[in-house]
Each structure stands twice: as C-alpha cells, then as structure tokens.
Design a protein around this ligand. Structure first.
Ligand SMILES: [Zn+2]
Length: 71
C-alpha cells in the first residue's frame, strides 16, 4: 500500500502546494506563452525545459517549425 493515488485529481492540490510557500523557479512556456512553475519531474532537466506540458512541447515545436517565422 505504498501508492495512495485514487485516479485523476490534479485540480484540488494547487492551494495546498502553494500554501507551503516554497520558492520555486518559474519559466515562460514558449508554446503558449504562460508562466509555469518548477516540477519535480523536471528536477533533472529544468535547465532544458521550455514547455509547460507535453502538449505544448509537441504543439510548440510543430507550430514553430510550421508557422512561426512566416508571419
Ligand atoms: Zn504551454
């Protein structure tokens, strides 16, 4: 019983996480332009993280190659 994850419930934990007041670095997602905070999963590669999520990662890279620069 080491895993106590019920299935799907990411919205309710934000407040509790923030209340701790732990200073976390922030970055701007190059895909959606929104700021996002450091996450544990990025602990090893935070310096290379550019996207707030896997979606933006896939979308951002594709959008950039396809549309950006063309303007
Ligand atoms: Zn994003």
């Amino acid at each position: 019983m080491s895993r106590g994850r019920g299935g799907g419930g990411t919205a309710g934990r934000r407040d509790g996480d923030r209340a701790r007041g732990a200073p976390r670095p922030e970055k701007i997602c190059v895909a959606c332009g929104r700021p996002f905070q450091w996450r544990r999963k990025w602990a090893a590669c935070w310096g290379e993280v550019r996207y707030c999520s896997d979606r933006c990662r896939a979308r951002g890279a594709g959008a950039r190659a396809a549309g950006w620069g063309l303007h």
